[in-house]
Design a protein around this ligand. Structure first.
Ligand SMILES: [Zn+2]
Length: 902
């Protein structure tokens, strides 16, 4: 390590805080040039600390300008404290005292969007993980919890709305200024602090909790967005009700507020009683928001609301425990979305997200367990691993224990730890204690990184009437973890007879006399054995099996692993038609598609003409025929059929092989899409027409399902280069009554190489831009649809988009709409052989490093995956990483990701 390079913080070095802060009083005076923050803290020595120090060491951001430091109302002299960058040390303090500091900050210059900053004309905060220290000197760590009283003082006409956590307890005005005091009765860590000042409108509603208390609900936005808040309000009320029913959790304050902000690094933030949201996660209106956008609003509103218990009432001891609140809360929002829509489709989307983002992370240089051991910059650990795999780990606990026992565990966890800052260990312990369960081996999921690989084969013995699964598990080495132990995971298995029915299941005890069976789940014609898979190699024997079954393995994706089982294509088609587990029906369709696409990749690499296995076409045809026959059958899940028609993504296909041939994967996937489109054009058009409907927009699950099936059909119809469907697509674009249909049509036009589409796409793009120029989130879609188009010449387009007057590096949504769309979603162009895509991304990272380090570190991740590609591309990618590493004044965020990758 070079001198001056940032140091890693390690979990094993954790110590309890030497001092505690019982009360925190903030006075924030907002002025155009400078904001003054006066902080009064009641501090006491922590009786549990053995540090033996009488110095108080406070955290503070680089930009704080200290105006005064007082202990018990006495100004400290310069030899009583020392100020270094980011640290204020008060020497030899008493055991109990009042500390008063005043600092000056400039939120208007804060482009990192951490702490207090300006988004457009409003002031807002983002304090997780370590943003609060940019507002004032503090013990900025989650295990220091305090009661907050906050007064905001600002110009009355510019900032009529002044908000903070808790209840509004006092207000007043003098001249052009006014002030409001907020008091939060609950102890909380600094990362949950929030403050908003702006000229905002709001909508209001109320919710009566299960114990009969009335809670005021308010959603604030700038006035031009006030007509897009109703769906978020509905989602909030649904979340509050669902959490009472599913987890017995009731809301605790008299008011709950959401504020929508345009410039925001993340999705949303669960600050106590005052959630702050990226506009993209709160605003929804039929003509501006796609169905996916609606679903995201519902999921994120739910997620942040659920944090009130899993995160706020019970919080994390330190940032290594981030998955304690995030993994559990992601699981809760997934369950909520499943309850509101199609559970199978929700599960498919959860797993697709895990495979698309988390599996590559687990296989790359940043691989880490869901509870990391060390970090340089905690912002880099808000990852798919901590969130999505973290949710899968809690999901596995639920599967192993069963739903009712899991609820006993969560009840105990909330009761036992309410008001505390705890660890993932305490979560697992509560699950064990409530159920008398043993999860000791299961804990490895918290400390081992990497995606386990399962290899299973099946053996039928007709004479003995047994079916044996020989299962092996192995977890690949990851940075810092060469050898892994076998994980404890639930393996959910059904056996299908030749009629496609689930067989009754009897599981034989192991050679040690212990049955590997946790329980058998019987529901809706399903018989699923939940097996404890605990050894590197393990046999599971089913008895009384009267014919050779087709096994349905890992039902519902019971563990976050890669499964290998030698299914024939006919068996996959059989599972696609008959598996009682909806997720595995989809999974069979994906496995079949993967096999067929990989075969075509091989043909392309050999210079042969692609031959697409007719069985995949037949499988798609079966689905489409059913969609025609059962068009009006309300029990038929159109959303699931739509998912089954979508081929696995190029990213996932790349993930499945050692060295990804980007161009061959792209060409093969396109060739398969082309074959489906040409051979099934008749039935695709029939499905399209049956699902075309111009009745008024509704965001209901049934209507979303109809639109998604129709638009999947449209994308296929537009696939061939000589398609005759351009007029149909243009007609949809022009007559659409919702953004889902508008956006599907413009995407199909933009992605089409058909000569007939060229003029139409230019006209549509121009019209779209002018129509929506006032709607930032819609303009984000306009950028993204162009940047993600796989047609040749995308990089030049992207560079032109950066020059567009509506582009800004300082707004994370806008930046992502171009850079993420290109580098993450446009594999074939990003990985162009000449390396121009890599140079472009490195330029963006270097440019953003000083503006917004958090986002800069996130967008560079495609470069860190260089091991996946051929030697020439590896060299080009590494050269760009090296160039980033040599950038002067590299932020900790970017340094950590790049230095681990080269
Ligand atoms: Zn969260």
């Amino acid at each position: 390590m070079k001198e001056g390079q940032p140091k890693a913080i390690e979990l094993k070095d954790y110590q309890v805080p030497a001092y505690l802060i019982d009360s925190t009083e903030l006075h924030v005076e907002i002025n155009d040039d400078v904001t003054l923050v006066t902080t009064t803290l009641i501090v006491r020595k922590n009786p549990e600390s053995t540090a033996g120090t009488s110095d108080l060491v406070l955290d503070g951001g680089k930009e704080l300008v200290t105006r005064s430091v007082k202990i018990d109302d006495r100004d400290l002299s310069s030899n009583e404290y020392g100020e270094e960058p980011e640290v204020l040390t008060l020497f030899d303090v008493p055991d109990n005292f009042t500390l008063r500091t005043q600092v000056a900050i400039k939120p208007q210059d804060n482009t990192a969007l951490e702490g207090l900053y300006k988004s457009g004309d409003m002031y807002c905060t983002q304090c997780e993980a370590e943003g609060f220290r940019n507002i004032t000197w503090y013990l900025d760590r989650p295990d220091v919890m305090s009661k907050y009283r906050t007064t905001i003082d600002a110009n009355k006409s510019q900032y009529p709305i002044l908000l903070s956590n808790g209840n509004d307890v006092a207000r007043g005005e003098s001249g052009e200024r006014h002030w409001v005091t907020w008091e939060d009765p609950f102890m909380k860590p600094a990362y949950l602090f929030a403050l908003v000042a702006g000229d905002l409108q709001h909508i209001e509603d109320s919710f009566t909790t299960m114990s009969g208390r009335e809670v005021k609900l308010q959603i604030f936005t700038e006035s031009h967005n006030i007509d897009k808040c109703d769906y978020a309000m509905l989602s909030l009320k649904n979340s509050m009700k669902w959490d009472e029913e599913a987890y017995g959790r009731e809301y605790d304050l008299d008011i709950f507020m959401i504020v929508a902000v345009e410039s925001f690094n993340m999705g949303a933030m669960e600050n106590k009683g005052l959630n702050i949201f990226n506009t993209s996660c709160v605003l929804a209106r039929a003509d501006t928001t796609t169905d996916l956008g609606y679903q995201r609003v519902e999921a994120v509103v739910g997620h942040e609301y659920f944090h009130n218990w899993s995160g706020n009432r019970v919080t994390c001891r330190d940032w290594f425990q981030l998955s304690l609140k995030e993994g559990f809360t992601v699981l809760r929002d997934q369950q909520f979305s499943a309850a509101m829509g199609s559970p199978t489709v929700c599960r498919i989307n959860d797993v697709a997200r895990l495979r698309g983002a988390q599996f590559p992370e687990d296989a790359g240089p940043m691989a880490h367990p869901i509870r990391p051991d060390a970090y340089i910059e905690i912002n880099n650990f808000y990852t798919a691993t901590v969130y999505e795999k973290g949710a899968e780990v809690v999901h596995m606990i639920r599967t192993l224990l069963g739903a009712d026992n899991f609820r006993k565990g969560t009840d105990l966890y909330f009761d036992r730890h309410d008001g505390q800052a705890v660890t993932t260990e305490e979560f697992v312990k509560a699950m064990e204690d409530a159920n008398g369960a043993d999860l000791s081996q299961f804990r490895l999921w918290y400390s081992q990184a990497g995606t386990p690989v399962l290899v299973i084969d099946g053996e039928y013995d007709a004479g003995a009437g047994t079916y044996t699964l020989n299962a092996a598990q192995q977890c690949p080495a990851t940075p810092g973890q060469a050898d892994k132990q076998a994980n404890h995971m639930p393996l959910c298995v059904g056996l299908l007879d030749s009629a496609g029915q689930d067989m009754p299941l009897t599981v034989r005890a192991g050679s040690d006399g212990v049955s590997p069976l946790a329980y058998i789940e019987n529901a809706d014609g399903q018989q699923t054995a939940v097996l404890n898979f605990t050894q590197a190699q393990q046999q599971f024997v089913f008895e009384g099996v009267t014919e050779k079954p087709v096994p349905s393995l890992l039902r519902g994706f019971s563990a976050p692993v890669k499964l290998s089982f030698d299914y024939s294509r006919d068996e996959l088609m059989f599972l696609m038609s008959f598996d009682a587990d909806g997720f595995n029906r989809w999974e069979a369709s994906q496995r079949l598609a993967v096999q067929v696409i990989q075969e075509v990749v091989g043909q392309i690499q050999q210079g042969e003409k692609p031959q697409v296995d007719a069985r995949l076409i037949t499988a798609c045809q079966n689905n489409l025929d059913q969609a025609v026959e059962r068009n009006l059958d309300s029990t038929f899940d159109k959303a699931m059929i739509a998912e089954m028609l979508v081929l696995p993504s190029e990213t996932y296909l790349a993930e499945l092989v050692e060295v990804a041939d980007v161009d061959a994967i792209h060409s093969a996937r396109e060739a398969v899409r082309d074959a489906i489109a040409r051979q099934l054009s008749g039935v695709l058009l029939a499905v399209y027409k049956l699902n075309q409907d111009d009745k008024a927009f509704e965001p209901s699950a049934t209507e979303c399902a109809r639109r998604s099936l129709k638009n999947v059909a449209l994308a296929y119809l537009m696939q061939p280069d000589d398609t005759e469907m351009v007029p149909l697509c243009v007609a949809q674009y022009k007559s659409a009554n919702c953004m889902t249909d508008t956006s599907a049509a413009i995407r199909a036009l933009v992605n089409s190489a058909a000569p007939a589409a060229q003029l139409a796409k230019e006209e549509a793009l121009t019209q779209f831009y002018h129509r929506w120029v006032e709607e930032a989130l819609v303009i984000d879609q306009w950028f993204s649809v162009q940047a993600s188009s796989p047609l040749p010449g995308a990089l030049d387009k992207v560079k032109a988009l950066l020059e567009h007057s509506a582009f800004s590096m300082k707004n994370p949504n806008r930046l992502r709409s171009v850079v993420v769309a290109f580098a993450f979603q446009n594999n074939v162009n990003f990985h162009s052989k000449d390396g121009a895509g890599y140079t472009f991304l490195a330029d963006m990272v270097i440019g953003l490093n000083s503006i917004n380090p958090l986002v800069a570190a996130r967008i560079l991740s495609p470069l860190t995956r260089w091991r996946k590609y051929d030697a020439a591309r590896q060299e080009l990618m590494k050269a760009q990483l090296q160039r980033i590493l040599e950038t002067p004044e590299l932020s900790k965020d970017v340094f950590e990701v790049v230095s681990k990758s080269v």
